[in-house]
Each structure stands twice: as C-alpha cells, then as structure tokens.
Design a protein around this ligand. Structure first.
Ligand SMILES: NC(=O)C1=CN([C@@H]2O[C@H](COP(=O)(O)OP(=O)(O)OC[C@H]3O[C@@H](n4cnc5c(N)ncnc54)[C@H](OP(=O)(O)O)[C@@H]3O)[C@@H](O)[C@H]2O)C=CC1
Ligand SMILES: CC(=O)N[C@@H](CCC(=O)OP(=O)(O)O)C(=O)O
Length: 335
C-alpha cells in the first residue's frame, strides 16, 4: 500500500512522515507541499536527514496523486475542496483538519466562519475516534474525519462517564503545548519571548471551535477553556463534572470501557498523569478523583500523535486491516 501526505511540511504532516517511516505495511511514495516543492523533505525536517523519506522530493499541490491512501494535513477549508475528486479516483482519504468533523452545519458556520463541506462528503465521512465510534464503522470508511487534539483528550476522559454515570455540568480546563497552534502561525504570541514563562488562556467563555466537537462526541454540553503553555508537545485536560460515584467506581467504568482499546491507559486514583508520560506516543492516560459530588478526570495525550498523526494512522490501520497498533508500537520519549 502506498501513501501520500498533502501539506507535509506542517507539524501534523511532519509527524505523519516520522511515524509512517517505520510502518511495516505502507510506504510513503508522495510528499506534497507548496512551500517545499522541488526540495527534499529533509529540507523542512532536518531530523529526517539521512533517511529514505528525508530524500523524497516534495511535489507541488495539484499534480496527480498515485498513492492508495491520502492524508490531508492542511488548514481548515482545504480538504473539502479536494476530497471529492480523491474519493472518485478510488483513494482512501484521512483528513486531519476539521472539515468533516461536525455533523451540525449551523455549529460549523458559527465556530469556523466558513461554509460547510458538501452534504454528500459529510454524509460519507466517518469520525475517526476508534474508542468511541467503533472499529467496524472505521473499517468500512473511505473518508475519515480525524478528531481535534483537545477534543481527543477531553472526549476520552468524559464519554464513558457521561454514558454510565450521567456526568453533568461539565467543565474542561485544558493546557496545550505550542505545536498545537501549528508551524504556520506568525502571531507574536507564539514567539519565544512572549510564550516562554507564561500561561495564557484563550477563547474564554465557550468560544473555542472544539466545544461543539466535544459535545457531539460525549452527548453533553461542556464549558471548555484552553490554555497555551510554554512546552513543545502535549495536552493535559482536567475535566470536572457532577456525579456522586466514587473514584473507584469511575475508575472501574473507564477500565471496562477501554478494555479493548490498545492506546488508553487507565491509572489508579492518585497516580496522576503528566504530559511527559505520553510524549511521542499514541497513548492517552486517564486518572480520576472524586469529592463524592464532583468527579475530576485528568487526561493527557501528545497533541501531534494521539491528537493528530498517530490517531490518523490508527484509523488507517483499521481501514486497511492491519494490526491496530502497526507503526505505533512502543512508548514515547523519556525523559
Ligand atoms: N498541530 C496540532 O497539534 C494539530 C493539528 N491538527 C490539524 O491538522 C492540520 C494541519 O495542522 P498543522 O500541521 O499543525 O499546521 P501547520 O501550520 O503546521 O501547517 C499547515 C500548512 O502550512 C504549510 N506550512 C508549513 N510550514 C509553514 C511555515 N513555516 N509557514 C507557512 N506555512 C507553512 C504546510 O503546507 P505546505 O507543506 O503545502 O507548504 C502545512 O500543511 C490543521 O487542519 C490542524 O487543524 C489537528 C490536530 C492537532
Ligand atoms: C495550542 C493551539 O493553538 N491549539 C489549537 C488547536 C489544535 C488544532 O489544530 O485543532 P484543529 O485540528 O481542530 O484545528 C487551537 O486552539 O486553535
């Protein structure tokens, strides 16, 4: 099986390249990038210098895509313009952007401020969170809407507790490393001098575009506040909600819910996860506390792996009938 990565020089595209280089069942044959067209991939990612993939020459967008599977790693609004032709040409398409994630087009227009994807594409898209959606649905998909990074951390923490304990009044306080903003951002807040040694909330008051996506996944409304923290990778979401279930009961619910999920680790109350525990890996770690009235769930992921490229490869593995963990085995970086 051959793979193309479109928009390969962004952080999401680069992480796809890094992980797919060691995948046993697929070969990356096309790396597509406007900003690096004609140059070897290693010119955008020095860490790939000396590798076969690093020597692959980037192609300009708009040419023929010969690969069987196409990962789209572009800004929102791009995938909806090219996915139809790729699907018509028989490709499997996995989109890292938000274009096909929301089923509610009014919510899309409100939060993304652009017209939604065509209805026939939205109808075909399968939301690619295997733990919540089920592997059967993903296995038969041709177009995958890969979830958002904050959304992945929050939904994995909350969906089982809403379903089995009626968790309500949910508040999510989440922190993200700066790679979550992407490589192309030029705003001054992402400069070292303005980002280092400070923590910044943003989209306070429920305005972040991941709010409706989390609500869609867990079946409950949420108040979500993201924060930018001075680290490269990682998301930590501390999620609060009302229930009188004990920490032991909530932990057991999570363990049962994720019994067959190879990338979710449920830790014991008190064994609090940190972002370093999952850096570079496709794992999500969860742990719960309870006051008897409120549950507190802490969830950590690497935004570029479980929050983007790793989850996309997990979806590809299920679509193509590979072992779910192919190319994603092993832990992350430590320290
Ligand atoms: N970053 C994250 O943690 C996550 C990202 N996503 C989604 O994945 C998609 C891609 O995101 P991400 O990779 O972070 O975005 P980036 O901003 O890193 O890259 C977006 C595009 O910009 C181009 N680009 C690369 N470097 C630069 C540069 N220095 N200046 C200007 N343009 C550049 C690339 O296109 P080209 O190669 O053609 O030049 C690339 O595809 C988005 O839809 C995003 O929402 C989803 C979950 C998490
Ligand atoms: C730290 C940071 O800025 N994070 C990004 C979210 C990550 C992302 O790219 O999510 P989508 O794929 O849904 O766009 C943000 O808050 O806009």
């Amino acid at each position: 099986m051959t793979v193309a990565i479109v928009g390969v020089t962004g952080y999401g595209g680069g992480e796809l390249a890094r992980l797919l280089a060691r995948h046993p069942g697929v070969e990356v044959t096309q790396v597509i990038s406007d900003s690096s067209a004609g140059k070897p991939l290693a010119s955008a990612f020095p860490g790939l210098a000396g590798t076969k993939l690093g020597a692959l020459i980037c192609e300009k967008k708009g040419g023929e895509i010969t690969a069987d599977v196409v990962f789209l790693a572009q800004e929102n609004g791009y995938a909806m313009t090219v996915a139809g032709a790729l699907l018509a040409a028989g490709k499997r398409v996995i989109d890292l952007s938000a274009d096909f994630r929301l089923t509610d087009t009014a919510a899309w227009e409100k939060f993304y401020k652009m017209p939604p994807a065509a209805p026939e594409l939205l109808a075909q898209a399968v939301y690619g969170m295997p733990e919540l959606v089920g592997k059967e649905k993903i296995a038969s998909a041709r177009l995958i809407a890969n979830p958002g990074c904050y959304v992945t951390a929050s939904s994995l923490a909350l969906a089982p507790l809403v379903k089995h304990h009626g968790l309500s009044g949910i508040i999510i306080d989440a922190k993200s490393g700066v790679s979550g903003a992407g490589r192309s951002k030029s705003d001054t807040i992402y400069r070292y001098a303005e980002m280092n040694e400070t923590v910044r909330p943003y989209a306070v008051g429920g305005g972040h575009r991941h709010t409706p996506e989390i609500a869609q996944n867990i079946g409950a409304s949420v108040l979500f506040t993201p924060h930018l923290v001075p680290m490269t990778r990682g998301i930590l979401a501390t999620c609060y909600g009302s229930t009188n279930a004990s920490a032991a009961e909530l932990t057991e619910t999570l363990k049962q819910f994720y019994a067959d999920a190879p990338f979710v680790v449920v830790r014991e109350p008190g064994d609090w996860p940190s972002t370093k525990d999952v850096a570079g890996s496709n794992f999500c770690h969860l742990a719960v506390a309870s006051t008897g009235e409120q549950a507190i769930v802490v969830s950590v992921i690497d935004n570029l792996v479980k929050g983007a490229a790793g989850q996309a490869i997990h979806n590809m593995n299920i679509m193509l009938g590979f072992d779910e963990t192919a190319g994603l085995e092993g832990g992350g970086l430590w320290p």
